[in-house]
Design a protein around this ligand. Structure first.
Ligand code: TTP
Ligand code: CA
Length: 389
């Protein structure tokens, strides 16, 4: 018996990459969604905002409050303010609200750092991190291997992730853990803000089936409307509906997807979206300044950080962005796209210094923070010497 067990273990260890009929491990996928992301960053940057209703706006620039609400904190949500609403309406709902213009590039730099934290928890499959960023503040992390398919261990991982983000970024997030992306994504919104929810396979149906079909991730208003017309109200109704009838209304691919999703089945892998990733660093200067030496020193340090991150993952970049926030908290960015992918520190230093020079020649207001970000990342395919010219 012992012999059989050890033979089994040895086969399992040696063939973990086999699409396992015999050895399939329970998948565990974690989804992280930052809480009221843009507004939370603004609160963190300015402690005076604590306890107040805060709205971040995409201002149209035409007049005072002529834009739309990008997001708002939970205090503002209590007055009925929500994303997409005209800022003027938000003001009527709560006249005490603080309105701030969105600083997307700054939020992106914060997002880059959070994504790096999340990535460090992901399984590694065929030399690739099983990690997928799906928006500025949301990502999937596959932790099947790291947890051995154990949902209790996955819960501990979720707590560690929350703590690390809180400690390093002073921001909260909500975590959902499930047997696939679909369930993980739907689970992260169960307890928000600052929540964590685990739906293991044995709880899947009791979680999913009572929900309205419109809650199924991937179903929009149009599909929900059609399903309603067919008498399908809950996800259970959908799971029990005849698949042939679903196919005749929605087509083959969509019909089968609906049937499977309603049963909580989703085999899509957690996989990096090509070209979507960026790596960035931002830091505050020791004092507000226009002194090129002081600023260059910090920028060089940030550049080195970015390069070491690229090195550790064997990536090259084609796009470089430098961000400056001045002492009046105004933010400016400039980007360059190179003709070829590069990964040498010298090239990145040269480009960032050139951009910094342009900023300094245009500005009379002292700088408070500077940041550097690289994008259009790809795996290095050439020898270093070929890319370094
Ligand atoms: P969300 O994750 O949808 O919202 P949120 O993080 O602000 O709040 P929640 O706690 O409910 O997750 O979006 C992430 C960020 O994307 C958000 O902070 C601002 C931006 N955003 C817009 O600019 N416009 C929009 O319409 C939405 C929905 C989000
Ligand atoms: Ca969010």
């Amino acid at each position: 018996m012992l012999f059989v067990l050890s033979l089994f273990q040895s086969l399992k260890d040696n063939y973990t990459n086999l699409p396992g009929i015999f050895f399939s491990m329970q998948r565990v996928v974690l989804h992280v969604d930052m809480d009221y992301f843009f507004a939370a960053i603004e609160e963190r940057e300015n402690p005076e905002l604590q306890g107040k209703a805060v709205v971040v706006c995409m201002l149209s620039g035409r007049s005072g409050l002529s834009g739309a609400v990008s997001t708002c904190n939970y205090i503002a949500r209590e007055s009925g303010i929500k994303a997409g609403m005209p800022c003027s309406k938000a003001k009527k709902l709560n006249p005490e609200t603080v309105f701030l213009p969105a600083r997307k590039d700054f939020y992106t730099l914060v997002s880059d750092r959070i994504m790096e934290i999340l990535r460090s928890y992901a399984d590694v499959r065929d030399n690739e991190d099983a990690f997928e960023q799906i928006s500025i503040d949301e990502a999937f992390v596959e932790i099947t291997e790291k947890t051995g398919g154990d949902f209790n261990l996955a819960f501990n991982t979720g707590i560690r992730i929350k703590n690390e983000i809180k400690e390093k970024e002073q921001l909260t997030c909500s975590v959902g853990i499930g047997p696939n992306k679909l369930i993980a994504k739907m689970t992260s919104s169960v307890q928000k803000p600052d929540g964590i929810t685990v739906i293991s396979p044995d709880k899947l149906k009791s979680f999913l089936w009572p929900l309205k079909v419109s809650k199924l991730w991937g179903i929009g208003d149009v599909t929900a409307g059609k399903l309603q017309e067919m008498g399908i109200v809950t996800i259970k109704d959908l799971a029990e509906y005849n698949v042939i009838d679903l196919i005749s209304t929605f087509g083959k691919t969509r019909g089968i997807w609906l049937k499977q999703a309603a049963a909580g089945i989703d085999d899509s892998p957690v996989k990096e979206r090509e070209g979507s990733e960026q790596i960035g660093r931002i830091a505050t200067l020791p004092e507000d300044t226009l002194d090129i030496n002081l600023i260059s020193q910090l920028l060089d340090r940030l550049t080195e950080d970015v390069i070491s991150k690229l090195d550790s993952r064997g990536l090259s970049f084609r796009n470089v962005t430098v961000t400056v926030i001045n002492s009046k908290f105004k933010m400016y960015t400039k980007s360059r796209t190179l003709n070829h992918p590069a990964y040498s520190k010298e090239i990145l230093l040269e480009v960032t210094r050139e951009i910094l020079g342009e900023f300094l020649s245009e500005s009379r207001t002292e700088f408070r923070r500077v940041g550097v970000r690289v994008g259009e990342l790809q795996k290095r395919i050439c020898q270093k010497s070929l890319l370094d010219y």
